[in-house]
Design a protein. Structure first.
Length: 317
């Protein structure tokens, strides 16, 4: 049973009617309803397709945050063989908001950095809702250092509302840790690819997404601040989040046009949460293609192309 978002209510109503007919047929209280059930199911699918063909930026934000959307752990489990997680920043401690380690992706060794939100109350608390502390970013730098030492590409799975803003994180140098992680992404002499699978929020996302290739799922969002945060700052009213989302250009389609990202991975109709296996396989194919495009580049060429890519953002020719 899917968890429907508010704007999906027309679909939920149609599906509910179809389920009522199925229940009546199963109980023997109705006969010859198969045709009507099929008609309702077809109508529900078409309504869903129509809704998702014209989602607003705010609706895309809600889809990107859907609790059933596949998380980093799901992508790692499906795409990475022999995954070996590594823990700790060798300075303060472990941060489970970022899953990090090494494994094999379709025949080649890769390093993985995945922001994990968690899927239920227990795992959400354990992973701090995907909001990393300084030790998470310092762990990421440690993994990237190892990857470069052994010539292994780096794959980042981005899904966070932002870096953790708590007092302890600030006391331990949150801004400095984010800056060093961003710098390490940019200076790597091995290929690196980032996929925004849900939310790409603020410096918490860019810290592991300053990569040679940045891909986004069709209904993911990527922004310098959340729509609610932007509305609170600009208008002192978080209720204007929908307006902020539209103005901020946070969708994959807008960001591709502006050159902020390099590609969009099409989601199944109704969003990634409705067909996890399909979207994970599509993401894997897109990652494989991106890595293959950089396989022959030297470390200096990778650094130069990455530098030119980010310096070109926002410049008019």
């Amino acid at each position: 049973m899917h968890s429907y978002l508010e704007f999906e209510k027309p679909v939920a109503d149609i599906v509910g009617k179809a389920q009522e007919l199925k229940a009546l047929a199963a109980s023997g209280e109705a006969v010859d309803v198969d045709g009507e059930i099929a008609r309702l199911e077809t109508k529900a699918n078409q309504t869903l397709a129509d809704i998702y063909a014209k989602l607003t930026p705010w609706q895309k934000t809600l889809v990107a945050r859907h609790p059933d959307r596949p998380h980093a752990a799901h992508y790692i489990a499906a795409l990475i063989e022999d995954f070996t997680p590594l823990a700790g920043d060798r300075s303060f401690g472990e941060d489970q908001a970022i899953i990090a380690g090494f494994g094999r992706f379709r025949g080649q060794s890769v390093a993985i950095l995945g922001q994990e939100k968690g899927s239920d109350t227990e795992t959400r608390l354990r992973h701090n809702f995907g909001m990393a502390r300084p030790e998470g970013y310092r762990k990421s730098v440690r993994i990237m250092d190892l990857a470069e030492r052994f010539g292994i590409p780096v794959l980042s799975l981005v899904d966070t509302a932002g870096a953790y803003p708590g007092r302890g994180a600030e006391e331990r140098g949150q801004a400095e840790a984010i800056a060093r992680s961003t710098d390490r992404c940019l200076s790597l002499g091995v290929p690196n690819v980032a996929v925004v699978i849900g939310e790409g929020g603020s410096g918490g996302a860019i810290a592991i997404a300053a990569t040679s290739k940045v891909l986004m799922l069709e209904h993911a969002v990527y922004s310098v601040i959340s729509p609610e945060g932007a509305a609170s700052i600009l208008w002192r009213d978080s209720a204007r989040a929908q307006e902020a989302a539209t103005s901020m250009k946070i969708t994959a389609q807008d960001l591709l046009r502006m050159g902020v990202i390099d590609g969009i991975i099409e989601e199944p109709v109704g969003g990634a949460h409705r067909a996890r296996e399909i979207i994970i396989d599509r993401a894997g194919t897109a990652i494989e293609t991106a890595l293959a495009s950089m396989a022959s580049l030297s470390p200096d060429e990778l650094r130069r192309q990455r530098r030119d890519k980010f310096l070109a953002i926002g410049r008019s020719l």
